[in-house]
Write a new protein. Structure first.
Length: 250
């Protein structure tokens, strides 16, 4: 295998996920066209997984799949509390985005059967909407990330860019009083930024166990969030900090 491509594999395996900008910095003498060709060939050879804006290691993807199914069994009562609060915001003919993830999946399971326009990029979330008879459901297209059961790629962003939403319900890896809402992948962060532009109300759904639980690679400022929905155990420090950023807490 060409030495440069092996170095790309080594970099992706070491970092877990790298953006295309990181690759350009690591290989400043290589053209963008050549780097994109390298990623296509390495993806085809199953040495890494191309994602929108970069690449992920295969090892990190399988680890993420295990983590996904573990998360589905954690804080289940808290997620049900969040879901019951979330559905109270909705009225007939609202349009909303429901993210991939177990908390938004709980919201999908608790939705009343009323006329709604629902957009999602999550396979599990879409399956949870199967009981809806009156809702119009749009699943964004793209490539499936098996680690998050989520559609990814440029097509997701182009389809989302044509929509206007009343609410965007999105999860988060965690919340830090210092850094805000965290996202580990570039795709998740870019989706959150895009949703802020497309929705009248940006809603983060997060159980209280995620407060100060992890330091993420990408951070989304609380002042860009309209509503936080959490369970009844959200700490006073987090509630106070979010209130200062004019975030409504439910």
């Amino acid at each position: 295998m060409e030495g440069r491509r092996q170095k790309i594999i080594d970099l992706v395996n070491r970092e877990g996920e790298v953006s295309f900008n990181q690759l350009k910095e690591a290989f400043p003498d290589v053209s963008e066209v050549t780097l994109r060709k390298d990623l296509r060939l390495l993806d085809a050879g199953q040495h890494l997984i191309r994602v929108y804006g970069g690449a992920k290691s295969i090892r990190s993807t399988y680890t993420s799949m295990t983590s996904y199914y573990m998360r589905n069994t954690q804080q289940m009562e808290e997620k049900q509390q969040i879901a019951r609060k979330a559905v109270k915001l909705l009225k007939p003919y609202d349009s909303l985005y429901l993210a991939a993830g177990s908390t938004c999946g709980a919201i999908a399971q608790n939705l009343p059967d009323i006329p709604l326009r629902i957009v999602t990029d999550g396979l599990e979330t879409a399956l949870s909407l199967s009981k809806q008879k009156k809702a119009e459901i749009l699943v964004l297209g793209g490539e499936m990330d098996m680690g998050t059961m989520q559609m990814t790629g440029a097509r997701v962003f182009s389809e989302l860019d044509s929509l206007r939403l009343d609410y965007a319900f999105n999860g988060t890896l965690g919340y830090s009083l210092e850094y805000g809402f965290g996202y580990q992948s570039l795709h998740a962060f870019m989706m959150t930024e895009q949703l802020r532009k497309r929705a009248n109300k940006m809603v983060i759904v997060m159980d209280s166990a995620k407060v100060e639980s992890v330091r993420a690679m990408y951070n989304f400022a609380p002042e860009n969030v309209d509503i936080l929905i959490s369970d009844d155990n959200l700490g006073k420090d987090a509630a106070r900090a979010l209130s200062k950023d004019h975030v409504m807490i439910l």
